[in-house]
Ligand binder design. Structure first.
Ligand code: NAI
Length: 439
């Protein structure tokens, strides 16, 4: 198959590289010329484990290329994927579909034969209909079908997720398009990955329902964590105790600083807006968003509680700023409102992240950027684990304790054993675990 992938970001680049690895001929198109130039020079603009090798191999085999202009790629393509951003629209929280519609307009002039146009971006119900209208109005003669194929990969494990998905969802009522999509995903058919064929609107809604459900699960365990602290229980044992029930499942039951990232915040908000527009409000999701929004400041108060509620004159070391480990993505990262709240409370902030420092420098002001966790902790009054990078699990706690002004560890990801930390001479405070006396 000849595939054009519009948008070479986290989703487009990974999808394009994986499709080429399946043996398809893939051209990734991006309007960001610096990105295209970097990719053509063999540089990968994002941090995603394994992506550099995958891109290099497939470029070398001549199956993957990068261009700035859609024209030729769209003319040759059997399938055109739209994988551009759909951020929250400033002001009202609806999904901003301007990039998707611009991409749809960009391809109209080039359609020459039957082409399947696929929205891989996360888009509200009805977007596929609108894309179809845009193209039909510009090109009444064109032969095409618009399909919804939402993406479920997770940053940090994106290649594995793409190649071994829990499921693939394909929304179309067009038989020809269905056959083409089945060919596109043939290697996964052979892998026995479940492929769910449905109509377009159902596919669009499925993606939002999935992300909102996961956000709800996280928010639920976070509230149980707060209650556990009040009643002297341990949320990790509660999570295990409920998660071993197959109906509930263990995943997404890790209490922490609240969800963030490039998808959950915008997707929960967009679902709320779609639901309100259709006079069918999703009140559970509305509550999830409200609870989660308050959580980052609550986590800052957790740090302040170790110092009588006041952080004036205190230095706080923040370890991990990306929204999760194994990515450099800082979009809507919990570290952002958390650091702002700590600064509001008077704290001086020092920051370290294994791969997110370049992005962090663009995001944070009045912060000291450090080269290692130990440098970050130096002379600090509290050390806060915000993102659970693997390397933080293996830190020498005694060495940290020796370098800090006051030995307080606030572990917002529960990566440490409270006993180990306490034995190293540090005061330990986790999430949803029995709290130290100072609290
Ligand atoms: P991104 O911001 O990393 O990438 C989007 C890319 O599209 C950018 O490089 C931008 O320059 C390019 N672009 C915008 N308009 C264009 C146009 N007209 N022609 C060519 N290129 C254009 O976004 P990301 O994270 O890859 O997300 C894309 C979509 O996938 C969003 O709808 C998102 O919700 C969804 N998604 C994202 C996941 C993630 O983990 N990042 C996971 C699953 C879905």
């Amino acid at each position: 198959m000849r595939i054009a992938m519009i948008g070479a970001g986290y989703v487009g680049l990974v999808s394009g590289a994986c499709f080429s690895d399946f043996g398809h001929q893939v051209v990734c198109v991006d309007t960001d010329t610096a990105k295209v130039e970097a990719l053509n020079n063999g540089e990968i603009p994002i941090f995603e484990p394994g992506l550099d090798e995958l891109v290099a191999q497939n470029r070398k085999q001549g199956r993957l290329s990068f261009v700035g202009d859609i024209g030729q790629a769209a003319r040759d393509a059997d399938v055109i994927f739209i994988a551009v951003g759909t951020p929250s629209r400033r002001g009202d929280g609806h999904a901003d579909l301007s990039y998707v519609y611009a991409a749809a307009k960009d391809i109209t002039a080039s359609l020459k034969k039957f082409t399947v146009i696929v929205t891989k971006s996360t888009v509200p119900v009805g977007t596929g209909d609108e894309v179809e209208t845009i193209i039909r109005e510009a090109r009444p003669d064109a032969e095409f079908a618009v399909v919804s194929n939402p993406e479920f990969l997770r940053e940090g494990a994106a290649i594995r997720d793409f190649k071994h998905p829990d499921r693939i969802v394909i929304g179309t009522s067009d038989e020809r398009a269905r056959r083409v999509m089945s060919e596109v995903y043939r290697p996964l058919h052979l892998n026995a990955s479940p492929i769910l064929y449905t109509d377009r609107r159902t596919a669009e809604l499925t993606k939002y329902a999935a992300n909102s459900f996961l956000a709800t699960k996280v928010t639920f365990i976070n509230e149980i964590a707060d209650l556990a602290e009040k009643v002297g229980a341990n949320v990790q044992d509660v999570a295990r105790g409920i998660g071993l029930d197959n109906r509930i499942g263990m995943k997404f039951l890790h209490a922490g600083p609240g969800f963030g990232g490039s998808c959950f915040p915008k997707d929960t908000m967009a679902l709320i807006k779609t639901a309100q527009d259709n006079e069918s409000p999703v009140r559970i999701v509305e509550t999830v968003v409200a609870v989660n929004d308050q959580r980052k400041r609550a986590m800052a108060r957790k740090v302040a509680n170790a110092f009588g509620g006041n952080l004036r004159g205190k230095a706080v070391a923040v370890l991990g700023v990306t929204f999760k480990p194994n990515t450099d993505d800082m979009r809507d990262a919990p570290s952002i409102p958390l650091i702002t709240a700590l600064q509001d409370m008077g704290a001086e902030i020092r920051v370290y992240d294994p791969v997110g420092m370049e992005q962090a420098r663009r995001v944070f002001e009045n912060v000291t950027f450090c080269d290692s966790p130990y440098e970050c902790a130096k002379a600090c009054h509290a050390l806060v684990i915000v993102t659970e990078w693997e390397q933080f699990r293996a830190l020498d706690l005694k060495a940290l304790s020796a370098t800090m002004a006051t030995p307080v560890v606030v572990d917002l990801r529960n990566i440490y054993s409270p006993e180990d930390v306490t034995r190293s001479g540090l005061l330990y405070c986790g999430v949803g675990r029995p709290q130290p006396a100072a609290y």
